[in-house]
Design a protein around this ligand. Structure first.
Ligand SMILES: [Zn+2]
Length: 174
């Protein structure tokens, strides 16, 4: 909600204000300990807000379509850390390639999937209507499924069976 964000801003500005004696007890208005999920969700939401603002031409949240979300996901690939082999690579389908190759790094499917889940929630928490939630549209679901299948084949990984070993794939950062 909005007041969560304004309290975040207050915290940040306090960090940059001239030194003051630290309060002995936190002010009663400070939010309770925020979970990592919530923090990540706020970061993702801010990142998406910056993306909209810097988009040419600038995008307005209420007019975002599924196509804009797909564009955002593809834009994030440049920050990815997951090697996704091309069909022509000798290591295509090899989960443990013996040598480096020139295939691109992308966002892992698991990262994108979790990201969309958080942004979908954030959209509605920030006043968006569920019926117009661009993160929940069919095109985005289909795209994620395609990424999952493509990456599973390229990396020789079956996502469904290796859920517990997916920790490494969550190293996405933006
Ligand atoms: Zn490769």
């Amino acid at each position: 909600m909005l007041d969560v964000y304004s309290s975040t801003i207050t915290c940040v500005s306090q960090n940059f204000s001239p030194p003051q004696p630290p309060p002995l007890i936190p002010p009663p208005s400070s939010p309770p300990t925020v979970s990592r999920y919530e923090l990540q969700k706020r970061r993702d939401w801010n990142t998406f807000g910056h993306y909209l603002k810097n988009h040419k031409p600038p995008l307005i949240l209420s007019r975002c379509s599924g196509a804009n979300i797909l564009e955002f996901l593809k834009y994030l690939d440049q920050f990815g850390k997951t090697k996704v082999h091309n069909c022509s690579c000798p290591f295509y389908g090899d989960p443990n390639p013996p040598a480096p190759c020139n295939c691109p790094l992308k966002q892992a499917w698991g990262s994108l999937d979790a990201l969309i889940g958080r942004l979908r929630a954030a959209f509605e928490e920030n006043g968006g209507r569920a019926e117009t939630n661009p993160f929940g549209v069919r095109a985005v679901r289909l795209y994620l499924r395609e990424v999952r299948d493509t990456q599973a084949k390229a990396r020789g990984i079956a996502y469904e069976k290796k859920k517990r070993k997916n920790v490494k794939q969550q190293q996405y950062s933006i």
